[in-house]
Design a protein around this ligand. Structure first.
Ligand code: PAF
Length: 278
């Protein structure tokens, strides 16, 4: 696996691959890699395709008081994992490359960015959309892979790619989970032992709620019960809501694909998760 830190080196390698008729797949990450990221690499590995992973802890998507300074950084271990997984190139841009002096351009996606995480974390999706648009411009991939765990992020990036006519297929990969069901996340390492045990209430509450909704039980009642379960487990609930899986609108019609999304804080750690309602 090549590791590249300069834009000209990245462009040279990509141009060489393009000249050989190869396709390019991009897996954008912020590092602190786990099996969820490896599933993205696995999905991206296709015949005739070179896989590029990027690691950049993007300051623009962290709000004031969020965990930018303590976000886990472990470049060497991440590079080893990527090489072992069969990634072809690791792109490690500097802050200066991503945000040069005088940087003044923001990509802001309306609609799907607004509720849920957008409401709880103002400016977060502007940061995500801007950095992903830049990574798309730098790597010019044919396809890009994102985890469904960040379901709203995936919807925002899909919307951006459509709206900007980007010739990039945005592919969602199912959430990877620990044995007890907790969705894998780089932020799970913030949980202490006791919090980690109690955190399993989040996927459990989602699972129970989905089954009840599919059985036809009253959605408001089901969500209220899920909220009670989460609070009893020690979560501070931010939201639990049933949305249209494409528009993220709250008045999801039962004949449309739907998704149940939740965000809740366990101690100092904010966790998000979601499941399809089918
Ligand atoms: O999901 C992430 O790790 C980040 O939000 C992303 C997409 C790499 C943008 O910084």
């Amino acid at each position: 696996m090549q590791t590249v830190r300069e834009l000209h080196g990245l462009r040279e390698t990509i141009a060489g691959w393009r000249a050989e008729g190869l396709s390019i797949a991009l897996v954008p990450t912020m590092g602190a890699l786990h099996a969820g990221h490896m599933a993205l690499i696995e999905a991206a590995k296709r015949p005739g395709t070179k896989v590029v992973a990027s690691i950049f802890v993007n300051p623009m998507q962290f709000g004031a008081g969020e965990d930018l300074s303590r976000y886990p950084r472990r470049e060497m271990a991440d590079a080893r994992m990527l090489a072992d997984a069969g990634c072809d190139l690791l792109w490690l841009p500097s802050v200066e490359t991503m945000y040069p002096d005088g940087f003044a351009t923001t990509i802001s996606v309306g609609g799907v960015s607004t509720p849920l995480e957008g409401a709880s974390r103002p400016g977060h999706f502007d940061g995500v959309a801007t950095v992903v648009a830049k990574l798309f411009a730098q790597v010019a991939p044919d396809a890009a892979y994102f985890g469904e765990k960040d379901f709203q992020q995936l919807a925002v990036i899909r919307r951006m790619a459509i709206d900007l006519n980007l010739p990039i297929e945005v592919i969602g990969v199912p959430t990877q989970r620990d044995d007890d069901g907790l969705a894998l996340s780089s932020r799970n390492i913030y949980l202490d032992e006791d919090e980690r045990v109690r955190a399993v209430a989040l996927p459990r509450a989602l699972g129970i709620a989905v089954r009840a909704i599919v059985r036809g039980e009253d959605t408001a009642q089901v969500l209220a019960e899920a909220a009670t379960q989460l609070t009893a487990a020690g979560f501070q609930l931010d939201y639990i809501t049933l949305v249209d899986a494409e528009t993220l609108a709250a008045d999801a019609a039962p004949d449309r694909p739907r998704r149940l999304l939740a965000a809740a804080r366990m101690g100092q750690t904010r966790l998000i998760d979601n499941v399809p309602v089918e």
